[in-house]
Design a binder for this molecule. Sequence first.
Ligand SMILES: Cc1cc2nc3c(=O)[nH]c(=O)nc-3n(C[C@H](O)[C@H](O)[C@H](O)COP(=O)(O)OP(=O)(O)OC[C@H]3O[C@@H](n4cnc5c(N)ncnc54)[C@H](O)[C@@H]3O)c2cc1C
Ligand code: FES
Length: 397
Amino acid sequence: MSENETITQELCKEVDMKDGEMQEFQVQGQSILLVRNNGIFSATGNKCSHYGAPLSKGVLVGDRVRCPWHGACFNVRTGDIEEFPGLDSLPCFKVTVENGSVCIVTTKKALESTKRVKSMSSRSAGDRSSVVIIGTGPAALVFAETLRQEGYTGKIVMVTREKHIPYDRTKLSKAMNVKAEEIYLRPTEFYKEHDLEVWTEKEVVSINTDEARVKFKDGSFLQYSQLLIAVGSRPRELKCPGSTLQNVFYLRCPEDAGAIFEAASSKNVVILGSSFIGMEVAAFLADKARSISVIGKSDVPFQAVLGKQIGEEAMKLLKDRGVNFYMRTEAREIRGNNGQVNEVLLRNGTLLPADVVVVGIGVTPASNFLKGSRIAVDTKGAIYVDQVLILCRVLYY
Ligand SMILES: Cc1cc2nc3c(=O)[nH]c(=O)nc-3n(C[C@H](O)[C@H](O)[C@H](O)COP(=O)(O)OP(=O)(O)OC[C@H]3O[C@@H](n4cnc5c(N)ncnc54)[C@H](O)[C@@H]3O)c2cc1C
Ligand code: FES
């Protein structure tokens, strides 16, 4: 059978599915999601374009299915992604209903891919405008891709102070030994193909909105027609004595994750903070470090965001894996030897041995460089000032 030859396969009988129902079917080895809504059948790929969760196990509301793992939403009529995370849409298939039989009509080629990249414009030499995006996180990348999907033909430049093209930061606390290249959101060729420039190791130090240009730490400038600030956040800094000793780590980029992973193997690790970063790092290092102690100010981990019941369960799971918890307290002092951490004194008087300290006590917007500019920062959302759009945080837990 040639790859473009039409395949018609019966999926079910019309009476087998009620309105508002969805079911998974296998067609030539590919998992298909069949939905019946308002009497109409539609079929898309069943694997979420983010990390492949089966959408048939998600929630259908109207024409939208929400992924059961991290909540991405797809339109079941078109396969288009409508809420993130995830960058790509789903393949969408023709469905026929004849004599009570519901059939998918497709080709072998169309069944090959579980993702669909939306079509994008490219740069036109005649378009002299430029959009500069500070940041290469998911907010920046989705923005850049959306511009091309919507037909923008000017120059698009994303700049980052980090060493890497856009990557999945969320992996860093779950697979700390991952190589940055393994978690790139798009391959290098993608940016070339769609005329998206990514400038790495270019830290922005100020913005001049009167002259419409950004200044970099190396002294160079970049002119923009429109500017998006999508700089995310930076870890909140620890203020107690000893916080600058060697082996006190924050977790933000692949280099941080790799350094913590190397330093922590078979060592005593103290983790300050019992929310997502602290708990995920504890879970990852549980079978690698000699000891792990998690310090938290609340009664149980995750209390502020997920409540006591879930916090208790999470604490129990990690206790069963040998993680020690010191709750309702915080670090008073980090003590060192020859500039290197060797113990942590808690406010409740407990003294813990420590070769490595990981600080995960929250984040603040990475907007320091805006001081002195005319740009106001609203940490709750996005605002426009003189052709400048600010996206302060994107959350998709
Ligand atoms: C270890 C870790 C694990 C996480 N796990 C999860 C998870 O499981 N689920 C979840 O929903 N969220 C998770 N998060 C949070 C999630 O990563 C963020 O919410 C998300 O990355 C925010 O996206 P963003 O595009 O707004 O900014 P960011 O991803 O923070 O990107 C900001 C970008 O701005 C750049 N930048 C900042 N300042 C400057 C400057 N002055 N000059 C140039 N460039 C600059 C940075 O280099 C970076 O490219 C995690 C975060 C971390 C650190
Ligand atoms: S796997 Fe679907 S949102 Fe992550």
